[in-house]
Design a protein. Structure first.
Length: 269
């Protein structure tokens, strides 16, 4: 009788062990399924989310959009299937060229190229980052083609000049006001070597005109006071309006010249 009772108890224990094992197996499968489901949902959210950027109604994802210096535009973003609860962050890698506001408003500040990144996140988790590039170019209107007005002061006498809308001129203007010790050369020019380099777009003009302001190489600013032929290449920077008066003012030796952005007041400043 005792042996029968022990046998029955062992059968019961084995049944409970099997049931417990089956339950644990089911729970393990359920947990694994839930993990896979969550992972799949996250993956699906990343893969199926569509982020479209537009500037002036044109699709701009991974493309370059042109803007005029001083102009403004706005990035329009559409997210599918749903952007509820999603946050959008804009950033520019060259804020001095193009700035972007929290709402996607672009402002072209100077010639050059900037990469704008648009990051979509939800609950603190980054979902997708798209980008576009903005190329800021020179303006085309006749008034704006002239560029930035600059005053050159020589021995208290002011001369109006225009620095053209190009990268070289723009970077030189950013350094103003500046007073340079300019050396005499060849009876037709004054030059100054900087301790830094500037962007170049060198061309052979064939002939230099009195009043031309050029960059020789990448670090030498030259102001010409007489016209002459030349075999050398230069990057154009600007033009002095009163070339004859400038020639008289600079004389035949080395001279200090102050460059300041703005228009002449007519009183030597």
């Amino acid at each position: 009788m005792l042996e029968n009772d022990q046998t029955i108890e062992k059968v019961r224990q084995n049944k409970w062990k099997k049931r417990l094992f089956s339950l644990l197996l089911v729970l393990d499968m359920a947990f694994s399924f839930s993990v896979c489901l969550i992972s799949a949902v996250k993956t699906e959210a990343r893969e199926n989310l569509s982020v479209t950027l537009k500037v002036d109604s044109k699709k701009a994802n991974k493309k370059t959009v042109s803007m005029k210096k001083g102009s403004g535009k706005k990035i329009k973003i559409s997210i599918a299937p749903n952007k509820s609860g999603m946050k959008i962050k804009y950033s520019s890698n060259h804020k001095s060229v193009v700035s972007v506001s929290r709402t996607g408003k672009l402002k072209a500040k100077k010639t050059g190229t900037a990469k704008i990144s648009v990051t979509v996140s939800k609950n603190g988790r980054k979902i997708r980052t798209e980008w576009l590039k903005i190329r800021v170019r020179r303006t085309n209107s006749s008034a704006e083609k002239k560029g930035t007005p600059v005053v050159l002061t020589v021995n208290g006498e002011a001369f109006q000049a225009i620095f053209y809308n190009n990268k070289t001129a723009d970077e030189l203007v950013e350094k103003m006001p500046m007073t340079l010790n300019m050396k005499e050369l060849n009876g037709n020019e004054k030059y100054h070597y900087f301790n830094e380099e500037f962007p170049t777009d060198e061309k052979a003009p064939g002939k230099i005109k009195a009043g031309d302001i050029m960059l020789y190489g990448s670090d030498c600013l030259v102001a010409f006071y007489k016209s002459h032929k030349t075999p050398y290449e230069y990057t154009t920077v600007g033009k002095i309006e009163d070339a004859a008066g400038f020639e008289k003012a600079v004389g035949s030796g080395d001279v200090k010249i102050t460059f300041k952005a703005g228009k002449s007041s007519g009183n030597g400043e």
